[in-house]
Write a protein that binds this ligand. Structure first.
Ligand code: PLP
Length: 411
């Protein structure tokens, strides 16, 4: 069987071999804890401080303001809960939006149950948050705004600079979840104007379980993890030294090739979008057409389930066919086929929200692989649609007036 085509890089990426090589010594000869004072410890300490500098450089930050975490989920939970707790004296109102990642929405829900008020703004049909709506939602007791930099499912890049201007004017702390943008598009936290920024190594060819929260000097935040003096007592626990070293190396590699790689992927992305739009019917591009991550393609495909498409592509039946790994917005969450809250927030009707596929590219993605993937996708969709109980049949039956239930299913 030919080599598989992995196009689910918004979920995770393969660790770069150079990153892995940089990490291995810190499991073996230099395994010391950076908290200890003997030589083995100071080797590790130096390594994490170099990683801190490289991580800071990736996002235009001061290295003193980088705090290592286990990834974006922790960074996001920490930003929400830590700022909420630290600023409780000023108020208990937080603003975010309906299309956020669960690592933002769940901590918000947790706070809501404890008496906090949370305003979740709607997004438009392209997934954009309206800065004017953010401004209008700010109250005297608003202490935090959290908006994702780019959506992991549909790739829409939010107008965070504009929102930052509004937040600053009103003295509201502003957190940006940059899990999808760090290492993929140029990020400069000073230019973005936010106060906190989350990132995750495994989204840009680093290891899983390593990430960071950038906290601008002077921003008040209580720790999430307590019981150690690490990270200036703000994030306790023995450092994940190999992971942090890997994050630093991945940041350095990403920074070295950011503009070229983002241009290359944008070309492949637009090629895929163009081919899907010219070769398939009854589809919808999800996410903004131009304000979009270079590596993200997301389509709704009417009449079939995203999960069926995803599974058919990953287990091709034809001899010699290559598996293509993509993802769907109708993933099996807790055993039920629920369309994602993000697609629903775009206002998509249920059939379109169910039939969504996300193709997300990496530095390993080539134009040839993209051609193969689009062809495989078109073939799988044609086959599944031919078997679909709802695709195009409902419309015919509506015309003949035979079955009201099918009419509903297809409307
Ligand atoms: C992947 C991702 C996360 C979670 O990051 P982990 O490091 O896997 O915990 C959070 N937000 C967004 C937008 C992501 O893409």
């Amino acid at each position: 069987m030919d080599k598989a085509i992995f196009m689910d890089n918004a979920a995770t990426t393969r660790t770069d071999p150079e990153v892995l090589s940089a990490m291995i010594p810190y499991y073996q000869e230099s395994f010391g804890s950076p908290a200890t004072l003997y030589a083995l410890g100071s080797e590790a300490k130096q390594a994490i401080e170099l990683a801190r500098q490289r991580t800071a450089d990736l996002i235009g930050a001061d290295q003193k303001e980088i705090f290592f975490t286990s990834g974006a989920t922790e960074s996001n939970n920490w930003a929400i809960r830590g700022v909420a707790e630290a600023r409780e004296d000023k108020g208990r109102h937080i603003i975010s939006n309906q299309a956020e990642h669960h690592s933002i929405l769940m901590p918000l829900k947790h706070l809501q149950k404890r008496g906090w008020e949370v305003t979740l703004l709607p997004v438009d049909a392209d997934g954009l948050v309206d800065p004017a709506a953010v401004k209008a939602a700010i109250r005297d007791d608003t202490v935090l705004i959290s908006i994702v930099h780019a959506n992991h499912e549909i790739g829409t890049i939010q107008p965070v600079e504009e929102i930052a201007g509004i937040a600053r004017e009103k003295q509201v702390t502003f957190h940006v979840n940059g899990a999808q943008t760090a290492g993929h598009v140029p990020v400069d936290v000073a230019r973005l104007g936010c106060d906190l920024f989350s990132l995750s190594a495994h989204k840009f060819y680093g290891p899983k379980g390593a990430g960071a929260l950038w906290v601008r000097r002077g921003v008040r935040i209580t720790p999430l993890l307590m019981g150690g003096a690490q990270e200036k007592k703000r994030r306790a626990g023995t450092h994940n030294v190999p992971g942090i070293v890997g994050l630093g190396k991945a940041a350095e590699l990403a920074r070295g090739n950011l503009e070229n790689e983002s241009r290359r992927l944008t070309d492949i992305r637009d090629y895929i979008i163009g081919r899907i739009e010219s070769s398939m019917e009854d589809i919808r591009l999800n996410g903004h057409r131009s304000r979009r991550l270079p590596n993200n393609v997301n389509f709704s495909i009417e009449g079939i389930e995203g999960e069926s498409i995803m599974l058919s592509l990953s287990y091709p039946t034809a001899k010699g066919a290559r598996p293509v790994y993509i993802s769907t917005g109708s993933a099996c969450v807790s055993g039920t086929l629920e369309p994602s809250h993000i697609l629903l927030a775009l206002g998509l009707p249920a059939e379109l929200a169910h039939g969504s596929v996300r193709i997300s590219l990496s530095k390993e993605s080539t134009r040839e692989d993209a051609e193969y993937a689009v062809k495989a996708l078109a073939e799988v969709c044609e086959r599944l649609r031919a078997m679909s109980p709802i695709y195009k049949r409902g419309a015919k039956q509506c015309a003949s007036g035979s079955d009201g239930r099918d009419c509903e299913a297809a409307s």
